[in-house]
Design a protein around this ligand. Structure first.
Ligand code: AMP
Length: 306
């Protein structure tokens, strides 16, 4: 029941209105794999440079992540810097340095080629395709992307979409990709490009899934204090993918009748609520299954009515 996760492993510099951190462990795959590891075995495909601290890799291993698909290349690791505006709802990217990831070619080890689910975390669509090309069989392909790739690699992204079961993106990216203002229209238009479902993440306003025959809304877990929203989307997606893999993917079930999907969205929401409480994935390092279950239960109570 393993999930294969491919994406960026990064060192991040982050500024929030109250605090800042340098060289924090980040990257789309890092957040996703830590989140997914709460639900079952994870296989990582990615790249780091020679400056990526071994301690982070040891932590991934301690979470049961199989690192056979990780390459360490000479040179600096992918770096990203971002700054949040007051309110933490808006973020400006200060710099993106691809570094070793610009000369990297993903290699999926033989033993990773038949995973229950594949999660293509945010990365260049060319790298996402190269990973998918090496997967022989899987029950489910989930893919995330961002505005940078929609703007600079739109054709490669469009070519990937017919091979994707579930596409994840945030509200701004959904509008950019579809050209629609209404998020429901945007989701439906993107469905026409290939995926069986689209999940649109709306930050503190939660997320929703749209497929041909259903819409499911997952509100964000309400928090009194947020330290750093970085990685919330990747955490959501990793927990979503890990949860679906744990429950056997979708295996031909029509989306409409699949309770696994809804559970996976709620688990994603809850894991993301922990990530934003601290920098990097520090809060997830000491997260317990009991704490996850408690928030799932509280969320259930907050949204259920007759
Ligand atoms: P999120 O807050 O969920 O959008 O994820 C933020 C993480 O994505 C950071 O840790 C960054 O290192 C990583 N990231 C930012 N830009 C990119 C990019 N262009 N490709 C891959 N990963 C990225």
């Amino acid at each position: 029941m393993s999930v294969l996760i491919a994406g960026s492993l990064a060192l991040d510099n982050i500024e929030t209105p109250d605090d800042r951190v340098e060289d924090a462990a980040g990257g789309s795959a890092s957040f996703a794999l830590v989140a997914a590891s709460f639900f079952g075995p994870v296989q990582l495909v990615g790249v780091v440079g020679d400056d990526f601290p071994q301690a982070h890799l040891d932590f991934f291993r301690s979470r049961g992540v199989d690192l056979q698909g990780l390459q360490r290349l000479p040179g600096p690791t992918f770096r990203w810097a971002g700054k949040y505006l007051p309110g933490l709802n808006e973020r400006v990217t200060l710099c993106t340095e691809l570094n070793v990831s610009s000369q990297y070619q993903p290699k999926v080890p033989e033993s990773f080629r038949r995973p229950e689910a594949v999660f293509l975390a945010n990365d260049h669509p060319r790298l996402q395709r190269q990973v998918l090309d090496q997967v022989e069989k899987t029950g489910l392909v989930i893919c995330d992307t961002m505005n940078l790739w929609i703007n600079t690699a739109r054709e490669e992204l469009q070519a990937l979409l017919p091979r994707v079961d579930i596409l994840m993106l945030n509200d701004e990216e959904a509008r950019l990709l579809s050209g629609e203002v209404s998020l429901l229209k945007a989701g439906r238009k993107i469905l026409g490009a290939g995926p069986r479902a689209v999940i649109i993440k709306k930050g503190e306003h939660g997320s929703f899934l749209v497929s041909a025959d259903q819409i499911f809304l997952a509100p964000a877990y309400p928090l009194e204090q947020i330290k750093d929203p970085t990685g919330a989307g990747d955490t959501f997606a990793g927990a979503f993918a890990g949860s679906l893999a744990q429950e056997g993917g979708l295996r031909g079930t029509p989306f409409r009748w699949c309770p696994h999907l809804k559970r996976a969205m709620v688990r994603g929401t809850v894991l993301a609520s922990f990530t934003v409480e601290e920098f990097s994935f520090d809060r997830l390092r000491r997260l317990s299954e009991k704490e996850i279950e408690e928030r799932v239960q509280r969320l259930r109570e907050m949204v259920s009515f007759d």
